[in-house]
Design a protein around this ligand. Structure first.
Ligand SMILES: [Fe+2]
Length: 253
């Protein structure tokens, strides 16, 4: 069990509580056009989905002789780049299959097309991830990727055991892309793979912070995640503006 009252856990959870955006409700209900959805997904793909395994590899490349951390990151990297644990496929590939299920051609996600329309704040967030994942201290790189990027606003409730991510067929059947946007359930292997393996990775992520982060490094871990949150909000604001959404239009819909 991860102790929620631990001072570092508590500070990081306060950050995760804020990983929420005013435009999110529009993604979990019908009403977006194909063009609006495409802007959102092209951003997600180019900003962190496509290169997430490589970001993990950059963080792993910095870890000193701490076998359980190396192992946890290697296992996460293996799943992300091969789908070997969930017996599926590389997660970036699963993402593209989901896009095809929605009716978007793969070519829309190839370089340089996918990067051409990126919002400036999206570029800034993605370069931040790339730099920090290869920068000391390694604990900050690992926490940035495995807690901040892979985690969600539900992190606190998940750790407390009051929220369980939907898994398997249930997760797919109730997913907004299936319910509201006509994606066939067979194209949703990414959601299935995450349901299968992510639980174990959440625990590993927090263990790194709890068991391997000296007090003087904790501050940098927290500051890195705080900066990530600020950059992530600017990124999401940027995507929302490219989608033509405003807080008023989202609230009124
Ligand atoms: Fe993944």
């Amino acid at each position: 069990m991860i102790p929620l009252s631990h001072p570092t856990v508590s500070r990081l959870l306060t950050i995760m509580d804020q990983k929420n955006h005013w435009a999110y409700p529009s993604l979990t209900r019908p009403g977006l056009s194909r063009a609006q959805l495409l802007v959102h997904f092209q951003h997600e793909y180019a900003v962190y989905v496509r290169d997430f395994p490589v970001l993990l590899a950059r963080a792993l490349g910095q870890v000193p002789d701490v076998p359980d951390v190396r192992r946890a990151l290697a296992e996460n990297l293996y799943e992300e780049q091969t789908g070997g644990l969930s017996k599926s496929a590389p997660h970036p590939e699963l993402f593209l299959r989901m896009m095809e299920g929605l009716g978007y051609e793969r070519a829309l996600f190839a370089e340089p097309i996918v990067s051409r329309g990126l919002h400036e704040a999206a570029r800034a967030y993605t370069s931040f991830l790339r730099e920090k994942s290869a920068e000391a201290p390694w604990q900050a790189a690992a926490a940035l990727l495995t807690i901040f990027v892979e985690g969600s606003v539900n992190e606190r409730a998940e750790l407390a055991g009051t929220y369980a991510r939907a898994k398997g067929d249930a997760a797919v059947a109730r997913h907004s892309l299936v319910v509201n946007y006509g994606c066939p359930p067979e194209a949703m292997q990414l959601v299935r793979a995450h349901g299968d393996v992510e639980g174990g990775h959440r625990d590993d992520a927090w263990r790194i912070v709890l068991d391997h982060t000296p007090d003087d490094v904790t501050k940098i871990v927290v500051e890195t995640c705080m900066e990530a949150l600020a950059r992530w909000h600017r990124y999401r604001d940027g995507v929302a503006s490219l989608m033509g959404l405003t807080p008023a239009s989202v609230a009124a819909a």
